[in-house]
Design a protein. Sequence first.
Length: 417
Amino acid sequence: MIKNTELEKFRDDLNKCVTCGICQPVCPSYRLSERELMSPRGRIILLRRLIDGDISPAEISPDAFDYCTLCYACQTACPAGVKTDLLFITARKTLADANGTDSNKSRIFSYLRKPKKLDTLVRLGALAQKTLGKKIVNNLSGGYKVPELQNKPLLTDLPEEIIPEEGYELTVGLFLGCISNYVNPESALACIEVLKNLGVRIVIPREQVCCGAPAFNNGDFDTARYLAKQNLELFSDPGIDFLLSPDATCGGAFQHEIPGLVSDDVNTASLANEISRKTIDFSTFILENTQPDFINKQELPIEVTLHHSCHTINTSGKHNNVRKLIELLPGVTIVDMEDSGLCCGFGGSFSLLYPEDSRDWTAKKIEDIKSVGVPVVIVPSPGCIMQFKSEFATQGINHIKVLHPAELIATRCGWDY
């Protein structure tokens, strides 16, 4: 029997599962593999056997838990209330502690601890993609699908404070996230422009590092904790009223994962809980704390559809605020696609470890987008945006734009970003 492991904390959740299978139809990894082991129910049965000592960690393939997008649709669907969010992540940690972490993952996490080296690596990667080609870079990276990288991090070009010309009442701390910083800066730039035009002071600490979600989600709690403590200190200024990020995953990390990660350190835990209470997603902040009286500078009406990221629909439950915000824009009509909350196939490390399966799932999602026949899909997470843009490029789809809610607002209001 497994003793004194973090997995033991979840025995009650494991016992809640009645193996009804309601989770299976909403699970991307089960629908892709059609294997019981790759379903939430199968994983829970496996963990029961592990925790009871029927099998050892060495007998479990990492695929059992790596082949999961961590979308937590199973958690939302579960009638028994099984909390799979931390359960499956802790399973990854248990296997990594027992069998060792994959060497490629370890290499990536080591760079997350050294942001200056990571900046240099990204610059070199961007140069290599242009000179050698993406395929060679992917091969050099261990077969991972490396996204198209920016020439330099966005943080290097941003001021650490932005003050609206007409004064301000609220201050937000802006956490960019790695995708906005290194891959897709448009989401963050549009957020900044919208906040500035709505009279919000913005603080952007230049020394901010990865939120730690990639490490945490893959069982490297030590790296995640190390990064969390740095970011918490940077955003500890009591003059910051709210912390927000253009990336729902990063916001979710500050709200949900980080307080638990640092709970053993009393002072850090207190700070983490305080910042967790201040953390808010972009759409909710605009709706609840500003007066978004948008003026339409675009004469032509437009139809859009919404894709709800997994974090906004399955963990924070704030996905309806994206709709409410978009509905405030004059001339914009929302046309709903089927299964708007279904995972896009990105899943962080899932798209790196299983690029072909990730693409197959994204292609299914794109069929839903195409079926509604609109020119714009609104996506509140840069990870999902990156995934869609990549597959659109592969399929030669150039008549549909993928925009963060902030990008749509800035474009319709005539605010340059």
